[in-house]
Ligand binder design. Sequence first.
Ligand code: NAD
Length: 469
Amino acid sequence: MAGIREEDIELIVRRVLSNLDLKNLKAAVKKDIGVFEDMKQAISAAKKAQKELKSMSIEFREKIIQNIRKKTLENARIMAEMGVQETGMGKVEHKVLKHELVARKTPGTEDIITTAWSGDKGLTLVEMGPWGVIGAITPSTNPSETVICNSIGMIAAGNSVVFNPHPGAVGVSNYAVRLINEAVVEAGGPPNLAVSVAKPTLETAEIMFKHPDINLLVATGGPGVVTAVLSTGKRAIGAGAGNPPVVVDETADIRKAAKDIVDGATFDNNLPCIAEKEVIAVNKVADELIYYMKQNGCYMASKEEIEELKAMVLQTRDGKYYLNRKWVGKDASTLLKGIGVDVDDKVRCIIFEATKDHPFVVEELMMPILGIIRAENVDEAIAIAVELEHGFRHSAHMHSKNVDNLTKFARAIDTAIFVKNAPSYAAIGFGGEGYCTFTIASRTGEGLTSARTFTKSRRCVLADGLSIR
Ligand code: NAD
């Protein structure tokens, strides 16, 4: 077995086992449409489908989307189970909620609006038109959620979409692609408005990036893939990594802050890019915050336990830290068992007192482990939070009742998402107002994407007519 790493063997075994089990789960979606062996064939089928969609009414597009919503709700649990089984990450109950959220709150055709000017010189319209065929890369952390969310928005805007899903979540991602096709065809639409490949690789992604029929690229994932799409020379939307800090000042409702932080940070075992990844609390309230966090299912780890966890979940190469993927998205109790600490499943999160240079707060961990850093005052807390967000401009959160402090932090960190006095998931319409998305274009600035993000602007001018003012 020389040359094969132990973790690779483990990965292969896990995939084979999960594929065996997935065979039983696949029964719900019967039609095998939309998934191709060859990327070029997938693109060509999506191009044909987009042409057909273009000739159809917007009312009809909405009918298609309604059916995608319905089928997503019907299949929420099966996709949640498949996702956990295939990737080994996250929590089934939370993934069910994520699918329900995406089905109910991702905007459809109502998001496509027209701007008009009328006056002495006639009428001018700016309409939102489709790009054509969009190439999309999806992550392993919200695999089917992102496929469905992107498909709803992109189809509502009149596009078709070609996915190159994460290889580690190809089963559930392609299940979602098949489900979308079944929903579209059942509603009377053309097949292949959303397509994918059976074996996505970096090579199939490369073919997609370079293909002349792909007009827009959308990448949801870590820094590598976002940089890759931004380097293609094509128009690209980059929804990249985050490392969201949460600041707690002395004016906050500490009991509520503790509960909200633990709820947000443990949702789907900290996989969402928006989830609280480190806490910075002013000294005056830090002890009280820790007390209430413990009341909410947190385990306070000792220095020695944190060192052991560090050796287990992080690997170093060339002086840099890398995640040991085996532990990403695992339950807190599983992480603790990994270092020989036996706790029951009521433990939702591991907390510890950290300095601002601890790798667990510097790295985007995607595990229910939260470092708590003490700051002398709110200004110091804000400065530390800005440093730890690394300029990703993704998400940040704060618990405070002082409007000046809230404003100061919001301006200093300047992120696409800033949640005040709620769990992080309030940002995507879960316990907060507003629509849902699983593609937050932090790096390229579009923010929370929706159908209109996937359009291009078309100005139509009629001079000296059609104004009846
Ligand atoms: P990842 O970066 O490992 O993979 C994302 C996708 O990119 C996969 O499909 C992968 O195969 C592909 N990929 C990676 N490098 C590539 C390259 N050079 N060329 C072509 N394709 C490439 O992401 P993951 O671990 O599955 O997801 C977690 C990461 O994604 C975290 O950093 C998280 O913050 C981020 N994320 C961001 C958002 C957002 O909306 N901003 C949403 C979800 C996840």
